[in-house]
Write a protein that binds this ligand. Structure first.
Ligand code: FAD
Ligand code: SF4
Ligand code: SF4
Length: 483
């Protein structure tokens, strides 16, 4: 084994080829090429097979990374794939969009020793993409027949989809409800194609449908049925609704034409990419071509907006963020990609007002900030620098300030559902169970806006608890009869 591994001293770290910024800025295709077989084998062989693998500890799914790297380095790709999919319902999606620099790769021992991390995410993506090509991805089937119990899942994002797969495999009748017309949640309508092409998501949802998971799309719980009604219909219900209440810019002029919410903008762009006719794109209301665009915010959503605007042919794209680059919540990899593509970052700058007239917005008045002492969250709080106002031209201003949960008890017609003071569903962290019998929660709606990999982890944990709950429920009448 040692001969095949531990090559980090002789083989340099290589990521898959990245397309030139100029070329990729003209389309919505993914920017990274695939690893060829030889490259994946070579890069996997750099792993030092740590006895205590910090990569695994810092992966929310605790993927068995050292073992699948060893199998890949030995040319045993199918076995490596089987191991990687045993803990992850969407390895090729995580391989593409996990912020690896903060998770597995950022904690790789050889990264810490200055040799450059093993490219874990790219190998994970390679294994699953190859599995789809080679037919190694097996159809979804109940492992031990049908159980005769049903689960309703509200939300077809990664949390709901991961739970649906786990539960269907256990033999439950699974119905997924989503208010959108396509399954995938933010994987399909939030995250742009240049990070995650949509057919990668669609083949996952198609596999679930072919395996017997029933999708009720265009079905809004709260409008088309209430939570109490779904509890009547199913033996258990999982809430996986995500968080969609966008934080607003509370500034004069923020309601003007040309000032838009990030998710409206991204959904329109993703819909157009999927072939839909989108009136707001046709009219230009949600289209950046020829415009000076200012995006306010510093997270992943802001990065997706600035890079979408570049691809739509904006005249200029500026990101305004009130802290500095080091304190930005978005992934550094995405910031670097955006800079290469021509986005201008105004660090330590915040909007003070929006300029314009009845015809719409024409600019943003901003002010320079500095970082003061840490606030209650431990982060240094930004403070305005007096007299440092400056103006930026803008005919399109995109608000990307983050998301909070919607008012779920009201929305779902379930006033007895307990939520935290932030609006997330209150759950028992060991079981994902809410205060309502047979109702569980997973993903962003339980933990607040987070990551795809955490949503998958929650979905898997919730499925496991639902399975235990339903087994107990199925056995209960038999126990009563025996007494
Ligand atoms: P969601 O993906 O939000 O899915 C929830 C689903 O529930 C939606 O389809 C919604 O339509 C449905 N729903 C809601 N209410 C109802 C209702 N009443 N009735 C029926 N259906 C309902 N994470 C990463 O790891 N990497 C990234 O690069 C990344 N980029 C991101 C970019 C953007 C623009 C955004 C907004 C987020 C990004 N994230 C990223 C975060 C990630 O997308 C989320 O953490 C993840 O999708 C949460 O999964 P979820 O299943 O909890 O919810
Ligand atoms: Fe790394 Fe994400 Fe894959 Fe875990 S799921 S190994 S964190 S890329
Ligand atoms: Fe291999 Fe890095 Fe994980 Fe160690 S921490 S097992 S070197 S990938």
């Amino acid at each position: 084994m040692a001969e095949r591994m531990l090559k980090f001293t002789t083989i340099a770290r290589r990521t898959p080829e990245k397309r030139e910024a100029e070329a990729r800025g003209r389309d919505f295709l993914e920017i990274y090429a695939d690893f060829i077989d030889a490259k994946a084998t070579e890069q996997a062989s750099r792993c030092s097979q740590c006895g205590v693998p910090f990569c695994q500890t810092h992966c929310p799914l605790h993927n068995n990374i050292p073992d699948w790297l060893r199998l890949t380095a030995s040319g045993r790709a199918e076995e490596a794939y089987r191991l990687s999919q045993a803990t992850n319902n969407m390895p090729e999606i995580c391989g593409r969009i996990c912020p690896q620099d903060r998770l597995c790769e950022g904690n790789c021992v050889i990264e810490q020793s200055g040799h450059g991390t093993v490219t874990i995410g790219s190998v994970e993506r390679y294994l699953s993409d190859r599995a789809w090509e080679e037919g190694w991805v097996k159809p979804l089937r109940p492992l031990a027949g049908e159980r005769g119990q049903s689960v309703g899942i509200i939300g077809a994002g990664p949390a709901g989809l991961a739970a649906a797969e786990q539960l269907r495999e256990q033999g439950y009748a699974v119905t997924v409800y989503d208010r959108h017309d396509r399954a995938g949640g933010l994987l399909i309508y939030g995250i742009p194609g240049f990070k995650l092409e949509k057919d990668v998501v669609e083949r996952r949802t198609e596999r679930l449908a072919e395996g017997g998971v029933v999708f009720h799309l265009n079905f809004e719980v709260g409008r088309d049925a209430s939570l109490p009604e779904l509890r009547e219909r199913h033996d258990a219900v999982l809430l996986a609704t995500g968080v969609y209440a966008a934080r607003d810019l509370e500034l004069p002029g923020s309601g003007s034409d040309g000032v838009v919410a990030a998710l409206d903008y991204l959904i329109a762009s993703n819909r157009a990419g999927l072939g839909d006719t989108v009136a707001e794109i046709e009219s230009g209301a949600l289209y950046a071509e020829g415009k000076d665009v200012v995006v306010v915010g510093g997270g992943d959503t802001a990065m997706d907006c600035v890079r979408t605007a570049i691809r739509q042919g904006a005249a200029s794209v500026t990101c305004l963020y009130r802290r500095d680059k080091e304190n930005m919540p978005g992934s550094m990899r995405e910031v670097a990609n955006a800079e290469e593509e021509g986005v201008v970052f105004e660090w330590l700058a915040a909007p003070r007002g929006l300029l314009g007239d009845a015809a719409g917005v024409s600019g943003v008045r901003a002010i320079r900030m500095r970082l003061g002492p840490p606030d209650s969250s431990g982060r240094r709080a930004p403070e305005a620098v007096d007299g440092s106002d400056f103006d930026l031209p803008a005919q399109l201003v995109i608000k990307a300030l983050g998301f909070d949960p919607e008012d779920l008890p009201t929305m779902l017609g379930a006033s007895d559902l307990s939520v935290s003071r932030w609006g997330t569903v209150k759950i028992d962290r060991r079981t994902q169970a809410s205060n309502l019998d047979g109702v569980f929660a997973a993903g962003d709606i339980a933990r607040g806006a987070s990551l795809v990999v955490w949503a998958i982890r929650d979905g898997r944990d919730a499925a496991s608890s639902i399975h235990s709950y339903l087994q107990t429920k199925a056995e209960a009448p038999a126990l009563v009869a025996a007494e």
